[in-house]
Design a protein around this ligand. Structure first.
Ligand code: GL2
Length: 824
């Protein structure tokens, strides 16, 4: 359908025209970046027609819309993905080829929009892709950070953070929409009056600072269905003086302050994953985009509807973790102060509109704002939070008379803090975890009291990923092969990929599958040669761990095991050993010392191992610099083994695990997060599972941990590896470089609990699981069956399935069909 508009000659002419009008150049003179821009504008032009058509269809259907509120949208590059979803990728590739332009090279000109840290942000991006593909009206609402996730450079083995100026060349896919700007106010004080006419209370904010929020809209193209939804990210601008209070006019100092606030507020994404830093600016960011988004949402609703009491019939708000939960009191404020509802009416609407997703049980990720900061920055919002808390505690005391323990645990305001998760759970109508195990842990441990009080609110929505980006775009060879074998239905219905199952018994199919894997390994090896200067043997086992660096994810366990293997090879050169390539990719939060030391350790081990000729290349270690969505696509496609080795109970779901599985890499992992469901789908015999169960971990934790020294002194090979952290083997003789890491394992003096993440405890089971991997890999037939089965059993893990579950259980949306927006 789209291909008609991409009639080659027309498209080529358009690209030439764009180069001319944008740069006053001919195609031959244009730089690759200029061609990227010109191509993107040509593509956007087609998208805009469908974007208009979608909005018109939604309007006519008066359809309910989900607002997905998130501080992070890790979108990755847009051009290739848009072409895939417009089903025009190969046509455009061909058209450009005729102009001597390589589409892949042009795609590489696009910076990765990295407005997210890791899984949580990427999940939001996958959800938007699925919402459009499944014909559901949706807005993503977030922040247009001027600097996204930092770029990572590795210097002398250490991570160095470089600002990511992703907007430097301009973003061809966005639209600035100044006319929808909203004012957002901070600080000051609240004066309270009675309305002389109605007798109602009026709350007036005075002496506040304010900024203007300006929306930028980015199109989210559905697959082959003409649906285009909107990701709306907010930029901040100072309010020019004519909008300042009467009192402040000509107040130069205040004008400058507001200018600075505006610049700061959207300046940078906080680079913490699963960690809360409690910075005032972060709370400002949260309120900024929430207030603007809710104001816009209500304004849009009121264009067609005059009864604000029925808002929840047309909109639903999903809060992606606690970061956007200030939406609860802000919606109350807008309904009461701006729309004139009383408390009960506002509560009814708000509580039917807001739903909350929990993404982690890591205690350090829980947002708890100091009351003094919160009330100073958001004085009116704080009053509302107090009232929510007051009314809730009456309920708790009614239900559990005399049980002040309950009050302490469940209150929103406690010990000088505002506990955002409690507020979200109390106020919204739905609380969901992101994998079965995670939801069970929430219900039975972390949020037990809330589950007892509101069992009906709790539900599970196991995460998913979009097969359009992580197979169709990232692995075109495998995608083409699958389509040849079973048709292209899997692109919009991943359950169909199960039709590959019979092929495990087809020798020819198995050979082809492994040939494709090999080609993808060659492609990755070329990337690594170019970026790291390391030669890899694509016949070795590519064992990949790519994800944020965090102690609970246990990259440390992986590298300790590599040190152990290296010792083994050195000591027993005659031992048969299948060549391995261990590949890491990970960013550490800038202030996370142990995580940064782990990166240094990985690079140091890589240095030693890769340059030791005596081991005949049996072992290679690679650290991929600047792991991000674009190189992730190459990595998933090329992996033989997927490392998912978090301490059981700590990884809420994981989504990288699903991307590896989709691309035919068996999981080497613990029974944690969605790994549990992956194993359920593919069968334990097609994965390599090891280690403590979540219940065992929780039991140890409840008894104050375990003693790692018992293991250390009884396993001399492991002891030797750990001692090598201190003897300078990987530190040019420096005995202090890895002291912190060493202490985190053994020293009771230096850590709350030694080996908090059970690395020693799980070490032998992990090493043994690696042995099973080696054995399985040697058996080509067995391995190829496992690989195909992983792909064939990945149907459940499409974000399309996840979104359908959100729609059915929580959002209650209806599909809207959109006619082509292109002129006939
Ligand atoms: C996370 C979890 O750590 C991860 O397991 C999960 O897959 C994603 C998406 O649900 O959410 N929680 C979190 O705070 N971050 C995650 O990636 N940053």
């Amino acid at each position: 359908m789209y291909s008609k508009r991409f009639e080659k000659e027309t498209f080529k002419a358009e690209v030439r025209d764009n180069v001319k009008t944008l740069y006053r150049k001919t195609i031959d003179e244009a730089t690759p970046q200029q061609i990227f821009q010109a191509v993107s504008y040509a593509v956007k032009e087609v998208i805009i027609d469908d974007w208009l058509a979608s909005q018109k269809a939604y309007d006519e259907a008066d359809a309910k819309t989900v607002y997905y509120m998130s501080m992070e949208f890790l979108m990755g590059r847009a051009l290739g993905n848009n072409l895939i979803n417009m089903t025009a990728y190969s046509e455009v590739k061909e058209a450009l080829k005729e102009m001597n332009i390589d589409l892949n090279a042009i795609e590489d000109e696009e910076p990765d929009p990295a407005l997210g840290n890791g899984g949580l942000g990427r999940l939001a991006a996958c959800f938007l892709d699925s919402l459009s593909t499944l014909n559901y009206p949706a807005y993503g609402c977030g922040i247009r950070y001027r600097y996204g996730m930092f770029k990572q450079k590795i210097e002398n083995g250490y991570q160095v953070e470089v600002p990511d100026n992703w907007l430097k060349e301009g973003n061809p896919f966005e639209l600035r929409r100044e006319e929808y700007a909203k004012e957002v106010r901070f600080g000051g004080n609240i004066r309270f009056e009675k309305d002389p006419e109605t007798g109602k209370d009026i709350f007036i904010q005075e002496n506040y600072e304010s900024v203007l929020a300006i929306p930028y809209d980015m199109p989210i193209v559905g697959y082959g269905n003409h649906v285009v939804n909107t990701l709306r990210v907010w930029d901040a601008k100072a309010i020019t003086d004519f909008q300042l209070d009467e009192f402040d006019r000509g107040n130069y100092h205040k004008a400058v302050e507001q200018e600075n606030l505006a610049k700061l507020i959207v300046d940078v994404l906080y680079p913490n994953d699963n960690h809360y830093s409690g910075k005032e600016l972060r709370l400002k960011q949260q309120y900024f985009f929430i207030s603007a988004s809710l104001q816009a949402m209500i304004a849009k609703y009121k264009k067609k509807h005059n009864d604000i009491r029925k808002l929840h019939e047309k909109v639903v708000i999903q809060m992606n973790d606690t970061h956007p939960t200030v939406a609860v009191p802000e919606l109350m404020r807008l309904l009461i102060d701006e729309e004139g509802l009383n408390w009960e009416e506002a509560w009814e609407v708000m509580s039917k509109t807001c739903a909350y997703t929990n993404h982690t049980i890591m205690a350090e990720a829980l947002e708890k704002w100091p009351i003094d900061l919160f009330s100073r920055l958001l004085p009116r919002i704080y009053q509302i939070v107090q009232e929510i808390d007051r009314r809730f505690l009456i309920q708790v005391r009614e239900k559990y008379p005399g049980n002040e323990e309950k009050v302490k645990k469940m209150a929103i305001l406690m010990d000088g803090q505002v506990r955002m998760a409690n507020m979200a759970i109390i106020s919204g109508f739905s609380v969901n975890g992101v994998a079965k195990l995670h939801t069970e842990i929430l219900k039975n441990q972390e949020l037990k009291d809330f589950y007892e009080m509101f069992p009906q609110k709790f539900n599970n929505k196991t995460n998913g990923i979009t097969q359009r980006r992580f197979l169709a775009h990232g692995n075109p060879l495998l995608a083409g092969w699958i389509t040849d074998r079973i048709g292209d239905g899997w692109l919009t219905d991943l359950s169909k990929i199960a039709n590959l199952k019979p092929l495990v018994n087809d020798e020819q199919a198995r050979r082809e599958f492994m040939q494709i894997k090999h080609k993808n390994k060659v492609r990755l090896a070329e990337y690594i040669k170019k970026h790291n200067g390391i030669e890899l043997d694509p016949r070795s086992i590519f064992d990949v761990q790519v994800k944020r660096l965090h102690e609970y994810k246990r990259q440390f366990l992986n590298i300790l095991h590599i040190m152990y293997l290296y010792n083994q090879i050195k000591e027993h050169p005659e031992m048969s050993f299948y060549p391995r390539t261990f590949i890491f990719g990970a960013k550490a939060a800038a202030g996370y010392q142990r995580a940064k030391e782990t990166i240094k350790l990985i690079n140091s081990v890589a240095d030693v191992v890769n340059n030791d000729r005596s081991i005949n290349g049996k072992l290679k270690v690679v650290f991929i610099e600047d792991y991000r969505v674009s190189n992730a696509e190459l990595l998933f496609a090329a992996a033989d083994v997927s490392e998912q080795i978090s301490t059981a109970s700590k990884e809420a779901s994981g989504t990288g695990n699903m991307k590896f599985m989709l691309n035919g890499a068996p999981t080497l992992g613990t029974m944690d997060g969605a790994n549990v469901e992956i194993v359920q789908e593919v069968g334990e015999e097609n994965a390599f599972i090891f280690g403590l169960s979540s219940q065992e971990v929780i039991n140890y934790e409840n008894q104050g941990g375990y003693n790692p020294l018992d293991i250390y002194f009884n396993d001399w090979e492991l002891k030797r590896v750990i001692d090598q952290l201190m003897d300078g083997t990987y530190a040019n003789g420096d005995h202090n470089m890895y002291k912190n890491l060493y202490n985190s394992l053994l020293n009771t003096q230096c850590t709350a609990r030694p080996d908090m993440y059970f690395i020693l405890k799980d070490f032998r089971p992990y090493a043994e699981a690696h042995k099973r991997v080696e054995e399985a890999y040697r058996d080509e037939q067995r391995w190829s069956k496992m690989a195909i089965l992983n792909t064939a059993c990945s149907g459940k893990f499409s974000s399309d399935r996840t979104i359908e579950e959100y729609v059915t259980d929580i959002w209650k949306l209806k599909k809207v069909y959109v006619p082509s927006g292109q002129p006939e």
